[in-house]
Design a protein around this ligand. Structure first.
Ligand code: LLP
Length: 427
């Protein structure tokens, strides 16, 4: 399990506040995010990569105005992949030149808004998009800085739904068959585009550095081909995000400085072999920054003991605030948070309140056998892809995100209300 901190009464604490007090003030379910931890992780990435590289936080993991402000203050850039994320970034004051726009099917409107705002880069994902972005930029009298996203053909060892570098999927342009080289050829010809580099994102929740190394090597090889064919060296490469985190232990994998060192070494070596100058490197971590910084707090409702099988512990949320268990078979740990107990551990399954049996938050966990209605449970490491993938299934009200810092808690995303739901329902 991931370790939780407790006060003298046995209640789990965050930033010096006990979850019992937090639950009283903010209700459950709720996500509690440790702002200092978030900022420290931002700084660790920024420092690891140094001034001649850029760290783009992947907003899809979790984005809000407060997050954008913290990123801006800590010197990070921001990767957005929709009009909504772009709007949040701009509204909260992220300078446009520090924003990258991603997406395999950006709309004309999204591209137009990004170019108008002056985003630092748009990552081109298809042959059609090369032309589309160029036309929009020309029409607006601009030259848009772009990267081309390539698929390098490595099999990243992660869940099929979140692996993105093999060829048979929707993202990017394949290096294979000279397609990426052709994309570069086309992009270089268009006045509306300034091609600044090549992008590769191999997938998410990855632990093995080998995939990143192959990716870096192949991207540098493409830079060399481009130099040979066109006589220009593209100045930047982006190696994407994807570094995994530990969900059920404290053994977070590599520290950012190890990643930075490994990537620099491989890029440096390949560039030297090919006679290239070292390009400016950027990366796009999402989960590794925000994932460990938050936990979800639930209140226990019904407890159902199935003899000889396990005990089903129902909480007041579920797949609407954490779809990852149902979608990816993701593993989480859980702690009785409102008190400690010396009761016998029992094999438990923490389930939500939604109308399907796949509505599981934690598939297998040992909880004390005296867990009862009204107890609080904490599920750690829910900072990434939980609130951002939350839904209103069964007209659930999406939980708030509460930031805790220096013994003070404040809501950064408020809880939805029934009025919020009904406001959209105009029939
Ligand atoms: N850059 C690009 C282009 C991406 O597509 C992604 C994630 C990232 C960066 C950030 O990856 P990270 O460092 O967070 O692994 N919903 C899934 C994860 C989907 C990731 C999609 N792209 C999950 O809950 O595991």
């Amino acid at each position: 399990s991931r370790t939780v901190r407790r006060d003298a009464d046995g209640a789990v604490t965050v930033g010096g506040l006990s979850v019992t007090a937090l639950a009283e003030e903010f209700g459950t379910p709720a996500y509690f995010l440790d702002e200092e931890d978030f900022r420290a992780r931002c700084r660790a990435w920024k420092d690891a990569f140094g001034p001649d590289a850029d760290v783009f936080y992947a907003g899809k993991a979790f984005l809000s105005r407060a997050i954008v402000r913290w990123l801006a203050e800590e010197g990070l850039n921001l990767d957005v992949c929709s009009g909504g994320e772009l709007a949040t970034a701009l509204d909260a004051g992220m300078p446009a030149e520090r924003i990258a726009l991603h997406g395999n099917n950006k709309s004309t409107e999204e591209i137009t808004r990004a170019v108008e705002a002056g985003v630092g880069r748009i990552v081109l994902d298809s042959f059609q998009e090369i032309v589309r972005v160029a036309h929009i930029a020309e029409r607006l009298g601009k030259r848009q800085r772009v990267q081309i996203r390539v698929t390098v053909g490595v099999e990243a060892h992660t869940h099929e739904f979140i692996a993105t570098a093999h060829e048979d999927q929707k993202f990017g342009i394949a290096l294979a068959g000279g397609q990426a080289a052709e994309a570069v050829r086309r992009a270089l010809k268009l006045d509306g585009l300034e091609l600044i580099g090549i992008h590769s994102h191999i997938g998410s929740q990855i632990f093995d550095m080998a995939g990143f190394e192959v990716s870096a090597r192949r991207v540098v090889q493409l830079l060399a081909e481009v130099r040979d064919e066109h006589g220009v060296q593209l100045p930047e490469i982006d190696l994407g995000g994807g570094l995994g985190i530990a969900y059920t232990s404290d053994d977070d994998p590599r520290a950012p400085h190890e990643i930075a060192k490994a990537l620099r070494e491989i890029v440096g070596r390949e560039c030297e072999a090919a006679g290239l100058r070292a390009p400016r490197i950027s990366v796009e971590p999402g989960r590794a920054i925000v994932g460990p910084t938050a936990f979800t707090l639930y209140e226990v409702g019904t407890v159902k003991e199935l003899d000889g099988l396990r005990t089903y512990v129902s909480v007041d949320g579920g797949m609407s605030d954490n779809i990852r268990t149902a979608l990816y078979d993701a593993e989480y740990s859980v702690a009785l948070a409102s008190r400690t107990s010396h009761a016998e551990p029992m094999l438990s399954r923490v389930v939500g309140k939604h109308c399907e049996s796949g509505d599981i938050v934690v598939r297998d966990a040992f909880l004390p056998s005296d867990v009862a209605p009204g107890d609080l449970l904490a599920v750690p490491a829910t900072g990434a892809y939980c609130r951002s993938m939350a839904s209103n299934y069964n007209h659930a009200l999406r939980p708030p995100v509460v930031a805790v810092k220096d013994g003070a808690a404040r809501v950064i995303v408020r809880r939805e209300t029934e009025e919020d739901l009904l406001r959209l329902d105009v029939g």
